[in-house]
Write a protein that binds this ligand. Structure first.
Ligand code: SF4
Ligand code: SF4
Length: 307
């Protein structure tokens, strides 16, 4: 891949988070790529699931100026009986309403960006990476869904000698992992459920490919931080944790295991996107529950951190 090929490649991103401290070692910039092959019922980033840009509405910010109605070319946003109405079926996500909304009540999640544009943002914080042992993390969504774009970004980062991490759900062809392996210093690897049927129920896919890819990455010497979302009623049973501890206990290259406890911050995001939320009323796990769930890992000689 030549330099010009890498910089002109484009992809769809929905955020670039600066000064991230939970997405790998040190201070990092996390680039979020849009699109995911899984449909986890608890997804904390619902704006990441679809590959396409999406319109979100923040009702608490709306000042009722109706500029969005005036500029909407498709009639998706209208006024009826003095009230603003939105018809998603007519919206082509042109973004005109978001451009006109000074209150920031309408936001488009997802935009096309070139490698050069992303790198310009990433490179602004090089002194912070150098001082903290940090670098760049590619997250999502599932970044491997945009393989060419991801690889081009990783190649550029390595040319700049930046530490790279890829946050992955593991559900991608092995060949995709092989392509990025030489340019990836760390994999943040999610594991959700050891029972494939249950995994399918919770995420829409079985777990065979995910476990197999993890095993192959370990065999190839890739550095891994294992991340386990803890979702009450879904995967927080001790049997599941015992099976995870036993499967990954023999891996040689897992440097860290983290629980990612369910939280409720995502619920508002679902409302803003007009998406149904399956976990209404579910309470986050308590410290004691997390302690208990960590026991099988301790018994297997593994230490658990909570992100
Ligand atoms: S332009 Fe923004 S603030 Fe004005 S009515 Fe539309 S959503 Fe509300
Ligand atoms: S994104 Fe475009 S089509 Fe959709 S509501 Fe806004 S202005 Fe109308």
């Amino acid at each position: 891949m030549s330099m010009s090929e890498t910089t002109t490649e484009t992809g769809i991103i929905f955020d670039i988070k600066k000064f991230a401290i939970h997405d790998g070692p040190g201070i990092r910039t996390t680039v979020f790529l849009k699109g995911c092959p899984l449909r986890c019922v608890w997804c904390h980033n619902p704006e990441s699931i679809s590959r396409e840009p999406q319109l979100a509405f923040f009702p608490e910010k709306c000042i009722g100026c109706m500029r969005c109605v005036e500029v909407c070319p498709t009639g998706a946003t209208t006024v009826r009986n003095g009230e603003m109405k939105y018809d998603a079926g007519r919206c082509n996500v042109c973004g005109k309403c978001a451009e006109e909304c000074y209150a920031g009540a309408r936001v488009i999640y997802g935009k096309s960006a070139s490698v050069a544009e992303v790198m310009r943002e990433v490179e602004k914080d090089i002194p912070f990476y150098e001082n903290s042992g940090g670098g760049v993390t590619f997250s999502g969504g599932e970044p491997l869904m945009q393989l060419k774009f991801l690889k081009a970004l990783l190649v550029r980062c390595k040319e700049r000698r930046l530490h790279t991490a890829v946050d992955t759900c593991g559900h991608a062809p092995w060949e995709a992992f092989e392509e990025i392996l030489p340019f990836t210093d760390l994999f943040l690897y999610d594991v959700k459920h050891m029972d494939s049927g249950k995994h399918r129920e919770l995420t829409g896919v079985g777990n065979e490919l995910i476990l197999e890819n993890a095993r192959r990455l370990d065999e190839r010497g890739a550095e891994i931080w294992l991340r386990i979302p803890v979702i009450p009623r879904f995967n927080d049973d001790i049997d599941n944790m015992e099976r995870i501890a036993s499967f990954f206990g023999g891996f040689r290259n897992i440097r860290k295991i983290e629980f990612l406890p369910y939280h409720r911050f995502a619920e508002a995001k679902y409302r803003r996107l007009g998406m149904p939320y399956a976990l209404s009323g579910v309470e986050p796990p308590t410290e004691e529950q997390l302690e208990k769930l960590a026991e099988p890992f301790r018994r297997a000689g593994l230490k658990i951190a909570t992100a």
